[in-house]
Design a protein around this ligand. Sequence first.
Ligand code: SF4
Length: 420
Amino acid sequence: MSFERTQEKLKILADAAKYDVSCSSSGSSRTNKNKGLGDSSGMGICHSYTEDGRCVSLLKILLTNHCIFDCAYCVTRKSNDIKRAAFKVQEVVDLTINFYRRNYIEGLFLSSGIFKNADYTMERLVSVAKKLRLEENFNGYIHLKSIPGASDELMREAGLYADRLSVNIEIPTEAGLKKLAPDKNRADFIKPMLKVKNEIVQYKAEKKIIKSTPKYAPAGQSTQMIIGASGENDFQIMQTSNYFYKSYNLKRVYYSGYVPISYDERLPQIGSAVPMMRENRLYQTDWLMRFYGFDVSEILNLQHQNLDLDIDPKLSWALRNLHEFPVDVNTADKRMLARIPGLGMKSVYKILNARRFKRLNWEHLKKIGIALNRAQYFMVCDSNQFERRDLSAEKIKGLILQNSTSKYTKTLSNQLSLFG
Ligand code: SF4
């Protein structure tokens, strides 16, 4: 195989992989033993960012962009007239090792179109990871995209070599999937996810009894949903996320604003804006559910089916629930402190810690580094300045937006600049 051909394949297959945002490196720990190559730490691996702001690990590729399916939202679909390529298993192994040795990458994210069938493709993905671990002694991070419909045996093997596995459900609802990918079956996503969930539980339990039990997908599993391709509202999207988090112990759900790539009346027209702000608001909501104790129904429900684009979801919830405020920072519990707009968990812990020694006032809060520009309307402490003076929700929102220097308020639909 000539160097030029490998380079060409790399160009095609790295470009095709950029639409998959479900690549993350956190949560795994694999240490180097027996003079192996590299290791991956809990802090994760380095990522670079493409010009359009998407997070891309340096070796993020597809094994092939051939595919037997014709999902309307996917650049790799079989009816799309594009250059096709496929790596051999050994080629991906060699590229990974070479790039790793040169310090270009700290891990591999490997996804694939589906050639022949799910198992044929999955077997190759697993072979790459297996060769890297067993033949090359590679301890760097490996994230494998699982192929929907892959058999249990292959999913089991995949988790023994990969740090993280993901099955992308792509479209948030079954009806949306039927419309845009009629050949696909939602049950084919569920089966491998369930297998991974059960294996993780079982291997963890066994490890407690038998120390030498290998790790199984130590960084867990994740999935991705495309946003804005199939008409779902934010309530439907976050309900789906909530279901997958709870039912399959997912580590992360990724939200990827649809990039219009085809002339298809079922999809937004080419040239329509990528819903980057909406994507950002969904990530914020996801964060509130996972780390701030919010139930999805508090943020989104039948009365409030879409997230506000001009304000973040916590502020939006607080303005709709002013009867819960003001919160007294000197007496409130952690849950309520975490609900004050503008206060992150770090600030909450600072407050909890500081108030063990004294009752807090404005000066104390400023001294311990609490940002009060939003929080001041929702809290009281030992100073009068913090009193809300019964402002209406509209008034508070107006004041916050007026004084906001948020990068998000500058543009509501464009990609956020990571380089400006
Ligand atoms: S199966 Fe996957 S790679 Fe193939 S067209 Fe559908 S989304 Fe794209």
